[in-house]
Design a protein around this ligand. Structure first.
Ligand SMILES: *Cc1c(COP(=O)(O)O)cnc(C)c1O
Length: 404
């Protein structure tokens, strides 16, 4: 059976060219990039080329890029790095800030990825004030609400660029401008926008920006954090002097080379890739809306990444539909991969105002570089059939249908 993969927001396959670029660094060029011998210097040069490639994707300087183990680490580094640069001890070493510590405050949104949300919640337990700003029905934060939430002790605003479940893109330029007017550090989790839509850290006014390799056709376990020159940021990890002390640990040379290559490919094909994939996404969306009664696209009124659609199927248990589609050979998901299997409905979908039942009846389809026209044609057969089968068995559908 040919399997159709529409879950690129969960992870992407490693691009063949990326893999080719990486392979030598596992064997022939295996040396430690910190070694001073010739082999080490070759590995070093490869890491520095990758730094240039990642910097070029987001309009940064190479020395502003720090390689990490992925999006989660980059997000945690941004949140805790800013907070703990304001306190006497590294914040991970303390249970609670001392009473002498002047108050600290962070502003974020309710639809962030768990990597930011749970980092903020952990900081809150240590005594940091956190404001979680609500979003509108399409998943956008109101920049004026951010302005109103600012306090004298606000040290960080962290708002994601594109949401992983909805694809909704935030008005970051305006948020960045507000942050810079108030001289507050601005971090954005750009894991879902990196390689999909243009990013320029200068127009976004970002001080910190997170990327993850495996969301843009590089391997899992490698990522990057952009740290604008001059940003006061404490390291998370203690060790050697790698990456100017920002991130000790022997560099994951092969992974870093892969991320660099992936960034270069993404940059060269940004416009054409986006156009191709958004045409397929729109075709999928239109076809489903025409072919299935009682469905809605979540977050459709806001600007979105070109590859994502999140659809609510009245009367359907989302997980049952994922399984039914999997049996037909189509992979998709309910919300984020990391929260699948959780009993709670998606925090993103409830944040845009859906009821628990509506949130649980929503599925995310995310397309990518290898999605084809014939796969979309297949999806347009498989999804309506599966929905019809499930609805025929579903007493809740009759209830929902009579309500609408
Ligand atoms: C996947 C994802 C992350 C986490 O990145 P990892 O590299 O998997 O740790 C963070 N933020 C967003 C928006 C994501 O989609």
């Amino acid at each position: 059976m040919n399997r159709v993969y529409l879950d690129y927001n969960a992870t992407t396959p490693v691009d063949a060219e990326v893999l080719d670029a990486m392979l030598p660094y596992f064997s022939a060029d295996f040396a430690n990039a910190s070694s001073i011998h010739t082999a080490g210097q070759r590995a070093r040069a490869a890491v520095e080329t990758a730094r240039e490639q990642v910097a070029a994707l987001i309009g940064a300087k190479p020395q502003e890029i720090v390689f990490t183990s992925g999006g989660t680490e980059s997000d945690n580094h941004a949140v805790f790095g800013v907070i703990s640069s304001q306190v006497a001890q590294p914040i991970l070493a303390v249970d609670r800030l001392s009473r002498q510590q002047p108050p600290l405050h962070v502003i974020t949104s309710t639809i962030e990825h768990e990597a930011v949300l749970n980092a903020c919640q952990a900081a809150e337990k240590q005594g940091v004030g956190v404001t979680y700003l609500p979003v509108d029905r399409d998943g956008q934060v109101d920049p004026q609400a951010i302005r109103r939430a600012i306090r004298p002790e606000t040290v960080l605003i962290t708002v994601m660029h594109a949401n992983n479940e909805l694809g909704t893109v935030q008005p970051l330029e305006e948020i960045g401008r507000i942050a810079s007017e108030h001289k507050i550090y601005f971090h954005t989790d750009a894991v879902q926008s990196g390689g999909k839509i243009p990013i320029n850290v200068k127009t976004l006014n970002a001080d910190l920006l997170s990327l993850s390799g495996h969301k843009l056709y590089a391997p899992k376990g490698v990522g990057a954090l952009y740290i604008r020159s001059g940003t006061r940021l404490r390291q998370l990890l203690y060790g050697g002097h790698h990456q100017r002390g920002f991130r000790p640990g022997t560099e994951n040379v092969a992974g870093i080379v892969g991320l660099g290559k992936a960034a270069e490919i993404a940059r060269n094909s940004l416009a054409s890739g986006a156009q191709r994939v958004s045409a397929l996404r729109d075709q999928l969306e239109r076809g489903l809306l025409e072919g299935i009664p009682q469905i809605r696209v979540n977050g459709s009124q806001a600007p979105r990444t070109p590859n994502t659609t999140n659809i609510r199927f009245a009367g359907i248990e989302g997980e049952a539909l994922v399984i039914a589609l999997d049996l037909k050979g189509l992979a998709c998901s309910v919300g984020a991969a990391c929260s699948s299997g959780a009993v709670e409905p998606s925090h993103v979908l409830t944040a845009i105002g859906l009821s628990q039942e509506e949130a649980k009846s929503s599925l995310r389809f995310s397309l990518g570089r290898h999605t084809t026209q014939s796969e979309i044609a297949f999806a347009l057969e498989a999804i309506p059939a599966a929905v019809a089968q499930l609805r025929a068995l579903s007493p809740t559908y009759q209830k929902a249908a009579s309500r609408v």
